[in-house]
Every structure is written in structure tokens, then in C-alpha cells.
Write a protein that binds this ligand. Structure first.
Ligand code: 0X9
Ligand code: ZN
Length: 305
């Protein structure tokens, strides 16, 4: 049986997704983002209780080794469908959820089969023996500017030879354009470090027009997470300001090119003790923090209009 006390392989996550789609046919439907380099299908689930709801898009596991992200995404899907808590029911029924639990399917599979620390995609380079691109540097927004990515194919932050060189990134941008009017909030799940990061990633010299609002949302998220018994502290602010300059990220592309006003990266537990290899006993606590944070994030976003 599927649960949240261990990590699962792609095939197990997909089988679970199939079972969820079969169990909740009235409120769920599958969507397909596209095909990966190795030909896998990048799948998502839409959860909708009524037409006309505002939409929230969640992209998870764009970095292969960040297993806590897909574990948290599947848990979140399950909560939206099964929780009886009023606040969660409200979240489930008042928004349309578009959730991709494993975006970098090839990399994720490789991180299970061959190299637990794999981060990038799996497309070989035309002339270099190093494999893969950092999918979260491959989007067409300030691509490769300001040293926010690398032009070296062997780097962990290789941006690709051109924006959208990776079929996964290209497929996501094409898909998001087709549902542009169906979502207003975009969240990208990552680990680790315990941050809620807003745009911009590409510069710390400038901040978005609504940065005050984004900071308020960040504060609400962090306060809610820290108020749980675990006391886990999250920092918040713009990616470039509180973490580092990162260009060509999915979140910045959505914010800058699709003009979405609310787009965040969540960097989950922990702060480095276990890093990407977060012990399975921490999956559920991390998930509870996600729900507390997400409820606060959405509340504050609504309040600020
Ligand atoms: O470097 C990254 O891509 C992310 N950190 S990670 O350790 N998970 O690799 C941070 C990306 C956040 N950037 C933006 N959303 N702009
Ligand atoms: Zn990441």
C-alpha cells in the first residue's frame, strides 16, 4: 500500500496516481504536460470541485534528487481528496488544483536506479560527454544572465545550449500557455534549506512591483509553519536576495512571461544535516508544514486581493 513513511519509485507513484484518478472520477482528471527526453509521459492531476474556481499550479521534483518534493505533492493530493478538516476542505473545493508530482521523470528514475544525487535532465549534450541540463535554468526568462546559471555542460546548473533545449521545459511552457487563464498562483517544490522564495531569481538589484505583498505572504507562510510543534523555521524573500541569483527558472518564467502575480519556490526541509537525503520519518512532518504554510499562503493571497 502507498503511504508517506517511505519514498517510492516513479512506477509506484504513477500506479498510485492511477488509483486516485479511478477512485475520485467526479473531481479529478489527468492532464499531460508532454514527453520527457527518454519518452516518459509527464503527468499531472487536476482536482476541481466546481467550474470557475481560481487555479493553483504546483510543479514538483524538477530536480531529480529532491525526493521529498514528490512525496509532499502526493500527500497534498491525498489530503485535498480525503481530509475532513474544514480549512482543507475549503482549500480543496474553492480552488482548482493542477499538480505535477514528478516533473523531471527521467532524472527521478535515474536518481533511483543509478545515482541518488542526480539533479539534471538526462539528455546527452551534442559535443560534450556530460549529460543533462538543470531544467530549472532552462526557461526563457533572463536565460544565462548575471551568472545565474552555467554554460558548462558538466556543471550542475548548466542552462542548456539554448532556452527550452530540454523537452521537459519546452513542454511545460507550452502547456502552461494553453491553461494560462486557468491559474493565478504557481508553486515550485524544491529541497532543501527551508525557504519560501519569491521572484526575482535573476537579480537582487530590482524587486517585483508587488514585492511588499510577496513578503507579507512569505511571513504568513513562515509564521504558520513555525507555529506547529516542530518549530521549523523558514526564511522568505526573493530568490536572489535570500538565496542566490538563479536565471531561467520556471517560477521566474511564469512570473515574468505569463505575468502571474503570485509565484513561489518552496525549499523544504532540512538545513543540511541530511540535505537531499531527508529521512523518511520526516516526510509526514514536512507535509504537515506544507499544509499549514499553504493554508496561510492562500489566505494571505486572498486577503491582499
Ligand atoms: O537552484 C535552484 O534551482 C533552487 N534551489 S535548489 O537547491 N533546489 O536547486 C532555487 C530556485 C529558486 N529560484 C527561483 N524561483 N527564481
Ligand atoms: Zn531544486
Amino acid at each position: 500500500p502507498f503511504g508517506w513513511t517511505k519514498y517510492y519509485e516513479l512506477s509506484e507513484i504513477e500506479a498510485w496516481l492511477d488509483s486516485i484518478l479511478a477512485a475520485y472520477p467526479a473531481v479529478t482528471e489527468e492532464f499531460i504536460v508532454g514527453q520527457s527526453y527518454e519518452g516518459r509521459t509527464i503527468r499531472g492531476i487536476k482536482i476541481s470541485h466546481k467550474a470557475g474556481n481560481p487555479g493553483i499550479f504546483i510543479e514538483s521534483n524538477i530536480h531529480a534528487r529532491e525526493w521529498i518534493t514528490s512525496a509532499s505533492a502526493t500527500w497534498f493530493i491525498n489530503e485535498l481528496l480525503t481530509s475532513q478538516e474544514p480549512a482543507v476542505r475549503n482549500l480543496a473545493e474553492s480552488y482548482d488544483w493542477h499538480i505535477v508530482p514528478v516533473f523531471n521523470v527521467d532524472g527521478f528514475e535515474y536518481s533511483h536506479a543509478k545515482n541518488r544525487m542526480w539533479r539534471k535532465t538526462r539528455q546527452p549534450h551534442a559535443t560534450n560527454e556530460c549529460i543533462g541540463v538543470d531544467a530549472n535554468r532552462n526557461f526563457d526568462s533572463h536565460w544565462l544572465e548575471n551568472n545565474g546559471a552555467s554554460s558548462n555542460p558538466c556543471s550542475e546548473t548548466f542552462a542548456g545550449d539554448v532556452p527550452g533545449s530540454e523537452p521537459e521545459a519546452k513542454a511545460l511552457t507550452e502547456y502552461l500557455k494553453t491553461i494560462e487563464n486557468e491559474f493565478s498562483v504557481y508553486i515550485s517544490f524544491h529541497s532543501y534549506g527551508q525557504y519560501l522564495l519569491s521572484p526575482y531569481g535573476h537579480t537582487k538589484e530590482e524587486f517585483p512591483d508587488n514585492y511588499d505583498d510577496l513578503l507579507e505572504i512569505g511571513e504568513a507562510f513562515a509564521t504558520a509553519v513555525e507555529s506547529l510543534p516542530y518549530g521549523t523555521a523558514y526564511r522568505y524573500g526573493s530568490t536572489a536576495d535570500v538565496l542566490y541569483v538563479a536565471t531561467g527558472t520556471s517560477v521566474d518564467w511564469v512570473f515574468n512571461e505569463l505575468n502571474k502575480k503570485v509565484a513561489f519556490t518552496i525549499e523544504y526541509r532540512d538545513q543540511g544535516r541530511y540535505g537531499f537525503i531527508l529521512p523518511p520519518v520526516q516526510i509526514l512532518p514536512n507535509c504537515q508544514e506544507l499544509m499549514a504554510g499553504m493554508l496561510a499562503l492562500i489566505d494571505k493571497t486572498e486577503e491582499l486581493g
